[in-house]
Design a protein around this ligand. Structure first.
Ligand SMILES: Cc1ncc(C[n+]2csc(CCOP(=O)(O)OP(=O)(O)O)c2C)c(N)n1
Length: 325
């Protein structure tokens, strides 16, 4: 392994490990009811957020879905504020009023996540339009699930993005299911990325979850946009959600999917794979630093206060006197 790949492997491993362990801790304490919001865990899907976000620059922005912990953390979102948000505390990134599904950290380019399927896609297109208008060379990444592809807003956004040649990368995290329905029960054929091509954009699929391929794809897009070659691009990443749709548990007993199907993805776990490339002393050092950070973040959430009753209606809407955008 050459030095550059080794450094990348360490970085990717740290980011993957951090997200996995944060979500495992969330799952572990969820039954205590300290977390005041539903949680949609990304366990199994982390490589997409990490592969994409590691290739982005600080001033590139991301928009995502209610399954947004991985994206938020991979882009550098503040961990303490995320955990406090899940606890409903006023120190949370949405001041305790949004919960797990509404994460935001504008300073790190995390522009927001939403509970309503497909809603952040037009928001990200609008943001990309503003960037182009301002002649910025940064890009927007719009993350969404396979379920969002069935929304009208998705198609309108795709059309507008190519029509206006916007600097946006669409990332479809196709984990095969929308709640309990398989994607081939919702569409005629397995053709999400091919459908994107009909709007006139480059569209590809990565079907094995390989973090390096996802990183390379995004890195190329960022480089192209720096050269002024601005066009929307679409990437469908096949992946798998290990946990239930919402909540910390397994749900194979429900019968809508099988453990056998999951097994391919569990064997193909990018976290395990990357760890096998690292010397034990390096992975142990990375892990112990992250464990301390996580412990700190949960303590911060525990010690923080709930918002006061008189704050119920504050911070719900953006002040219209905003500077720039
Ligand atoms: C507009 C809208 N319709 C329906 C729902 C209910 N709903 C919540 S999650 C979900 C499934 C979405 O699946 P997908 O986009 O594939 O994301 P995943 O949960 O697999 O990450 C649905 C239909 C919603 N939140 N918003």
């Amino acid at each position: 392994m050459n030095n550059q790949i080794h450094k990348l492997t360490e970085k990717f491993y740290g980011s993957l490990y951090r997200i996995r362990r944060v979500e495992e801790e969330i799952a572990r304490i969820y039954h205590t009811d300290k977390i005041k919001s539903p949680v949609h865990l990304s366990i199994g899907q982390e490589a997409i957020s990490v592969g994409v976000c590691e290739a982005l620059r600080p001033d590139d922005t991301v928009f995502g879905t209610y399954r947004g912990h991985a994206m938020y953390l991979a882009k550098g979102g503040n961990l303490k504020k995320m955990i406090a948000e899940l606890y409903g505390k006023s120190t949370g990134c949405s001041k305790g009023k949004g919960g797990s599904m509404h994460l935001i950290d504008i300073a790190r380019g995390v522009m927001g996540t939403s509970a309503i399927v497909g809603t952040t896609i037009p928001l990200s297109v609008g943001y990309a339009y503003a960037l182009k208008y301002k002649k910025s060379d940064s890009i927007v990444v719009s993350f969404f699930g396979d379920g969002a592809v069935d929304e009208g807003a998705f198609h309108e956004s795709m059309n507008f993005a190519t029509l206006k040649r916007l600097p946006i990368l669409f990332i479809c995290e196709n984990n095969l299911y929308a709640i309990h329905s398989h994607h081939l029960r919702r569409r005629h054929s397995d053709n999400i990325y091919e459908r994107a091509r009909t709007y006139g954009m480059r569209a590809e699929r990565i079907d094995d979850g390989d973090i390096f391929k996802i990183y390379e794809f995004t890195n190329n897009y960022v480089k192209q946009s720096m050269l002024g070659n601005i066009m929307p691009v679409f990437l469908e990443c096949i992946t798998y959600r290990w946990k239930e749709h919402v909540g910390p548990n397994d749900d194979f007993h429900l019968g809508y999917r099988t453990k056998d199907e999951a097994e391919y993805w569990i064997q193909n776990d990018q976290l395990k794979k990357l760890k096998s490339f690292l010397d034990t002393d390096i992975s142990t050092k990375i892990e112990s630093e992250i464990e301390l950070e996580i412990k700190d973040a949960f303590e911060f959430a525990e010690e923080s206060h709930f918002p006061e009753a008189n704050e119920l209606y504050t911070d719900l809407f953006k002040d219209s006197k905003c500077n720039g955008f």
